[in-house]
Design a protein around this ligand. Structure first.
Ligand code: SIN
Ligand code: CO
Length: 378
């Protein structure tokens, strides 16, 4: 990634400047971030995606679009005839993870790789009829909202009061206090940090792409890492058993012995003691593909591997000691680590680079090709 080149995508800022000034800090409205932007998928293609089982989609309908009341939300898949008529105002179709299904959207997503891959979630496309929107809300994500078709009026505010209206099928702020209002045209883009209140209302037929970046919570990370650490140790030598030869006869039978609580704490500390195990668990978690992703095993091919490319749905990351691919962790060092990192960063390896891998790493790469995680380009 060229991080010191001014980009129209960022309103003339370099990725380095954008990260320093705006990322997680303050919104940015970028006029003509992508000049001449037109929908990469047309309406019919988007509706076709929303009809698939493996694609996550939602339909939000407002019974009274003008008053912003009475929201209804349903989860897909949606047959075309299950969607409201195009002429009906006040509805929105949201289709998640389009980058996993469409090479053009994936290429768009790749323009944002100045943000670490580990933070990327997906590209969501929304289609809205006139007046459609999902109501004033906030997200836990950093998001780039790229207008691609029609116009949308945005109102945004940095309020602290994030209480939600009760009994709603979607998150709607109880007291929205917008501070800024503007209209985005095709090609314009709005960056919002997490928890920034916003409301986008379609003015006529409208399509918006949300390039979203997940912010894992401390609880989520702790839970995922601890679960993987527990799985990691299964099957090893039998673990230490709690022993209480000094236990005295109990007067209060139901009371948990203090020594047992201390044993539990030290067991937890013990499982966190190996920093590499924690790194392995973190990388494995972050590289886990989305639940809807299914890889298709490839037909066995004769001859040595030539050039390769990551499958569009593969997530590949690395740290100083490991490489991670689709939820699995491998130790890597020396030349092999160098080439595997290039594969993770560039998503491809040339035939010359593949030929430099050790026999062990080549076998691994072949396994990934067989599983459909990596495509052999011939
Ligand atoms: C939308 O595209 O309709 C809503 C996106 C958002 O507000 O997060
Ligand atoms: Co939002």
């Amino acid at each position: 990634m060229y991080i010191n080149t001014p980009l129209p995508l960022l309103g003339g800022l370099t990725p380095a400047q954008f990260m320093k000034r705006h990322w997680q800090k303050k919104p940015l409205v970028i006029r003509q971030a992508i000049a001449g932007m037109r929908p990469l998928l047309d309406r019919a293609e988007l509706f076709d995606l929303a009809a698939l089982d493996e694609v996550e989609s939602r339909l939000v309908v407002q019974a009274q679009p003008q008053s912003g009341k009475a929201w209804r939300m349903r989860h897909g898949p949606f047959a075309r005839k299950a969607l409201p008529p195009l002429k009906q105002s006040g509805w929105t179709l949201l289709v998640q993870g389009v980058d996993l299904h469409d090479a053009r959207i994936r290429a768009l997503r790749d323009q944002f790789r100045f943000v670490p891959d580990a933070r990327l979630d997906d590209v969501m496309i929304s289609y809205a009829s006139d007046g459609g929107g999902v109501g004033p809300h906030f997200d836990s994500y950093d998001v780039f909202l790229l207008q691609v078709h029609g116009t949308r009026k945005w109102r945004i505010g940095r309020q602290k009061d994030l209480r939600l209206q009760p009994n709603m099928p979607l998150k709607i702020l109880a007291h929205f206090e917008p501070e800024l209002e503007f209209v985005l045209e095709p090609g314009d883009m709005l960056y919002l940090p997490p928890r920034y209140a916003h409301d986008g209302i379609a003015q006529g037929e409208c399509m918006t792409y949300s390039i979203g970046f997940r912010s894992p919570s401390a609880d989520e990370l702790a839970q995922e890492i601890l679960q993987r650490l527990a799985e990691d140790t299964q099957g090893d030598v039998p673990s230490l058993l709690y022993r209480d030869p000094d236990q005295t006869a109990q007067f209060q039978s139901a009371k948990i012995p203090a020594a047992l609580a201390a044993f539990a704490k030290s067991a937890l500390k013990q499982s966190l003691r190996d920093p590499y195990a924690v790194q392995r668990a973190l990388g494995a978690y972050l590289s886990e593909p989305k639940a809807t992703v299914v890889f298709e095993a490839s037909e066995p091919m004769a001859g040595a591997l030539q050039s390769v490319a990551l499958d569009r749905c593969t997530r590949m990351l690395f740290d100083a000691r490991h490489i991670f691919i689709n939820g699995e962790a491998f130790e890597a060092s020396g030349e092999d680590a160098k080439w595997m990192r290039i594969l993770a960063n560039k998503h491809t390896l040339s035939a010359v680079q593949v030929a430099r891998l050790s026999p062990g790493a080549l076998n691994l790469l072949q396994d990934w090709v067989d599983s459909g995680w990596v495509q052999s380009l011939g």
